[in-house]
Design a protein around this ligand. Structure first.
Ligand code: FAD
Length: 409
């Protein structure tokens, strides 16, 4: 197992780290710890940057060496996705996205810092920009984040500041699509939008963001002044397709065969977000269930080949449904014909998300934190964690009495 991070990350709860509900360690687990009891698995902390298909090894940068060849008999590539700014990479610095723990901590710093900056600002005219939060992208992450920021201001922060009123914060959710949660049914989208508006989130649909700069965003010719813009829109696949030099879909995801291998190489599998496979004429979505089921399938197929058993039938995704949470005690859920909104869906959401955390200790810790936050409004980790460079140490020579300085010279 080669990974550039030393931890497995449960991405569906990243927004809770970004909005201070959970601490980073509650949604990430050391890979070495998860696989510690599996004696035939070796874990390497390293970044893969190429594949030699003919000689069967992957090029890997490890901590102190570059391009180390790691040989394989079978290869499973599951390198996920990264943010896509739709050709505007210059937006990245101004509007951070949410894919890793480092991203979530950076967003948490940015959100909490905005309140601190506003409290320290004497000019009330500047409070408005500092307390305007813009989220670009109204998929599950944008919806969950905007509702969570609303809870943060209305429950946790409301009585802690003296010069500003955190409850006056403006939270704006933007999307070029005509509705929020586009992958859900129309009625679920409506219910989610209504709930967001009840929480005070301004939902603006049907227009893409034209510009993001230091002053905020431009949408449909209108300037929205904001010091905190968060990108929750597109994704781009990892470079796995380029490493393999095989066919990719329009987004750049590797086109795989029904057994999840790439054409001409039955020993190379590509699974999860970075793979592209159609089922019943539609591409499979980039969600955790697809990635997990594909991972299991590839593992089983390799096991069968090694033990010379017949191959299983082609991969088929079993869709258990979709969920998104819209603030405290309200979620939406769609599973086959079943559609649920409100508190029952929230209970189901909480149960499913606890179940999929990687370790029992995390399940207990997240459960306790949720109950505490639900009852008291207090959050698990509201720390602004920035690196402060040490004060430059004055050269010793300047501090010495003149005579000693001359001596030391
Ligand atoms: C904020 C957010 C919320 C989400 N919410 C939901 C949800 O509610 N429900 C749902 O079903 N799905 C959700 N998803 C999607 C879900 O998390 C993904 O579909 C799933 O994680 C994909 O799994 P994967 O294994 O393909 O990729 P990932 O989970 O992204 O794993 C990729 C791994 O590869 C490693 N890696 C990448 N490149 C390299 C390299 N070059 N060398 C070495 N290692 C590398 C990474 O460190 C990472 O560990 C969400 C995603 C995000 C970002």
């Amino acid at each position: 197992m080669i990974d550039r991070a030393n931890h497995h990350l449960f991405q569906p709860l990243l927004y809770q780290v970004a909005t201070s509900v959970l601490a980073p360690g509650q949604i990430g687990s050391p890979i070495r710890g998860i696989l510690g009891r599996q004696p035939n698995t070796t874990v390497i902390l390293g970044e893969v940057n190429g594949v030699d298909k003919d000689n069967k090894f992957v090029w890997t940068n490890v901590t102190d060496r570059r391009c180390v060849p790691v040989p394989y008999d079978f290869l499973i590539l599951a390198t996920g996705v990264t943010h896509s700014y739709f050709g505007h990479n210059e937006f990245a610095e101004l509007a951070p996205g949410l894919k890793s723990l480092a991203d979530a901590v950076a967003v948490r710093n940015k959100v909490l810092q905005a309140f601190e900056q506003a409290e320290a600002e004497e000019d009330p005219a500047r409070h408005r920009d500092l307390l305007t939060f813009v989220l670009v992208g109204a998929g599950p992450t944008g919806v969950e984040m905007s509702a969570a920021i609303s809870n943060l201001v209305h429950n946790t922060l409301k009585s802690e500041f003296r010069r500003i009123n955190p409850e006056s914060a403006r939270i704006i959710l933007l999307d070029m699509a005509p509705r929020v949660l586009g992958s859900f049914s129309e009625s679920i989208s409506q219910a989610a939008k209504k709930q967001l508006e009840k929480l005070g989130v301004e939902v603006r649909l049907g227009h893409g963001v034209d510009q993001i700069d230091a002053d905020g965003v431009m949408v449909a010719g209108e300037r929205i002044f904001s010091k905190t813009v968060i990108w929750t829109a597109g994704v781009a696949p990892s470079p796995a397709g380029k490493w393999l030099n095989v066919g990719a879909d329009r987004a750049g995801r590797v086109r795989v065969q029904p057994d999840l291998t790439v054409p001409g190489h039955p020993e190379i599998f590509v699974v999860g977000d970075t793979a592209s496979l159609d089922q019943d004429g539609k591409p499979l979505p980039g969600v955790a269930q697809v990635a997990m089921q594909q991972g299991r399938y590839a593992g089983r197929l390799i096991g069968r080949r090694i033990t010379r058993q017949p191959a299983p039938p082609p991969f088929r995704y079993f869709d258990k449904g979709n969920m998104a949470v819209v603030g405290k005690g309200f979620a939406v859920m769609q599973s086959g014909k079943l559609q649920l909104t409100g508190f029952p869906a929230w209970l189901a959401w909480a149960g499913v998300h606890l179940q999929f955390l990687a370790q029992s200790s995390l399940r207990v810790s997240v459960f306790v934190q949720w109950v505490w936050t639900y009852l008291t409004g207090q959050r698990g980790s509201r720390l602004i964690v920035n690196h402060h460079a040490a004060e430059p140490v004055k050269p010793a020579i300047e501090q010495m009495p003149a005579g000693l300085a001359i001596l030391s010279k």
